[in-house]
Design a protein around this ligand. Structure first.
Ligand code: FAD
Ligand code: 2HG
Ligand code: ZN
Length: 485
């Protein structure tokens, strides 16, 4: 609230000048952005689906500065929206329209503090770009396996706060599985140093897991101890055409038995998804002569010098090709071809943006229920909105589908957007029938927080609210996100 005798910050008319002056004292001139040209990228998301206003964009460069800013915000009751690379897909990093909230961007907190090759760990600050962490690990002959289309922009803090997944979860797990310890600044400014690099530590409640996946609603993650793995020395990538999702799950079972943990990526995509990529992404071409209804992108990796993965994947595809469970297959001959095949999968998200407004459903069901889910949800939607364009793809080896929709060609953008709530319910009710999740890897943000009322038990919601009340008693951390009203 604004005190009577206080001068308002002329930039926002919302934040008292003395507060912005104190923030400037903490983070310095470089730590505050005020020019609209500089703040614009922080106030709208990657898709242009969410926009917000902020009292200030603050960019601390150390944990101590984060602590100072939060202590002040806590004292003054100023709401804080933490932001990493701003690549999230649920509006979690966007401030609201009030202009009262502060965006706390961690992009200057981006040092790699330590690499311990013997312990296979790397300590990264939250603002490190994921690709930079992957490269730092590679430089010491190690792998940091988290990988996704946004890796050139998303940050370790955002990956932790959303418990990000991506394309290698099948083998290495999601961000939660890749993290041994974290450092967190609590809403009142206190710093919890939980940067322990231990693979065994049973000393009570594992507090880091409360903050991982909390989407900025409990505190600010400032650094993490991440797990490293042996660098793969061999890789094989195949692109296979299939008649149906059932055939994809049969092939999954077959390849898991044949290849064991070497099966690293298993990504499904529908023809519509591939069509969008071919239409909009420069340099992408169909690797097959004819169109097919479904495709899989399959990756095997190994660190053992004796593995012959190309031969292994050929063997794995031979039987299914003979009995018609696989319609056609292409195996990458070199790294450039492998990258070109991956682009067909990784380009879908961006390509869909060119087709007008989209409605995203990042769902998971047990792997065995994938075909049943696709059948039921597709039938329900086609009945609900004739002409709807289903853009179905995802990390099917993890049971995770991006069951996305693009508007019918003959409908108005605004009409389509207005139906997102109703359409979501149709899809999520089918998810619930298969005991699935309405957010597999992207989080709840602002787009799905109300939906969880229908799909989580009262007890779960009560426990979530109790944890929020305990850690953030003044509710200053990312209000309007994660928890329902
Ligand atoms: P932001 O978008 O800035 O923030 C996301 C949330 O985390 C917000 O709620 C924010 O408040 C909170 N937050 C950010 N930093 C911190 C911090 N330090 N402390 C506390 N809270 C914080 N996601 C997947 O899981 N798998 C994918 O395969 C995948 N592919 C993608 C492909 C594309 C092309 C795009 C655009 C996105 C993709 N995403 C994917 C979504 C997104 O990239 C991830 O959710 C990523 O982890 C977000 O990181 P970020 O740094 O951009 O976070
Ligand atoms: C992916 O797997 C990402 O490509 C993005 O998670 C999904 O844009 C989407 O819906
Ligand atoms: Zn994904």
């Amino acid at each position: 609230s604004v005190e009577r005798n206080d001068t308002l910050n002329p930039l926002t008319r919302e934040l008292p000048q003395r507060v912005s002056d104190r923030i400037r004292d903490i983070v310095g001139e470089r730590g505050i952005l005020t020019d609209p040209a500089d703040t614009a990228p922080y106030l709208s998301d990657w898709r242009g689906a969410y926009k917000g206003k902020a009292a200030l964009v603050v960019r601390p460069a150390s944990t101590a500065e984060v602590s100072g800013v939060l202590a002040l915000c806590y004292q003054e009751g100023i709401p804080v929206v933490t932001q990493g690379g701003n690549t999230g897909l649920c509006g979690g990093s966007m401030p609201d329209a009030s202009g009262r909230q502060i965006v706390l961007s961690l992009n200057r907190l981006n040092r790699i503090r330590n690499i311990d090759a013997a312990n296979d760990t790397l300590v990264a600050e939250a603002g490190c770009i994921l690709a930079d962490v992957q490269n730092a690990a590679r430089e010491v002959g190690r792998l940091f396996p988290l990988s996704m289309g946004s890796e050139g922009s998303c940050t370790i803090g955002g990956n932790l706060a959303t418990n990000a997944g991506g394309i290698a979860v099948l083998r290495y797990g999601n961000m939660r599985d890749l993290t041994l310890g974290i450092e967190v600044v609590l809403p009142d400014g206190r710093i919890w140093d939980g940067l322990r690099g231990l693979r065994k530590d049973n000393t009570g409640y594992d507090l880091k897991h409360l903050f991982i996946g909390s989407e900025g609603s409990l505190g600010v993650i400032t650094a993490a101890v991440l797990k490293l793995y042996p660098l793969p020395t061999e890789k094989a990538v195949a692109f296979a055409a299939l008649p149906s999702p059932e055939a994809a799950i049969e092939l999954f079972k077959h390849l898991r038995s044949l290849c064991g943990p070497r099966l690293t990526g298993f990504e499904l995509m529908s023809r519509m998804s591939l069509d969008f990529v071919l239409r909009h992404m420069a340099g992408c071409t169909d690797p097959m002569a004819e169109p097919h209804p479904w495709y899989l992108l399959i990756e095997l990796t190994d660190s053992s010098p004796t593995a012959n993965l190309r031969e292994l994947i050929e063997t794995g595809l031979m039987g299914p090709l003979e009995d018609g469970q696989v319609l056609d297959a292409v195996i990458a001959a070199d790294e450039a071809q492998a990258a070109a095949l991956w682009k067909l999968r990784e380009g879908i998200s961006e390509a869909q943006n060119f087709e007008g407004p989209s409605i995203k459903h990042d769902i998971s069901v047990p792997v065995s229920s994938i075909p049943g889910f696709i059948d039921k949800a597709s039938a329900a939607l086609s009945k609900e909105i004739p002409g709807i364009r289903l853009v179905c793809y995802g990390h099917v080896g993890d049971g995770n589908l991006h069951f996305n929709l693009s508007k019918p060609l003959d409908s108005e953008n605004a009409d389509f957007r207005a139906q997102a709530g109703r359409i979501g319910r149709v899809v999520y009710d089918v998810v619930a029938q298969f005991t699935g999740s309405i957010s597999a890897e992207h989080g709840l943000g602002q787009s799905k927080r109300q939906d969880i009322v229908r799909y989580k038990s009262d007890l779960e919601l009560e426990l979530m609210r109790s944890i929020k009340g305990l850690l953030d008693p003044k509710a200053i951390m990312n209000p309007g996100k994660v928890l329902p009203d």
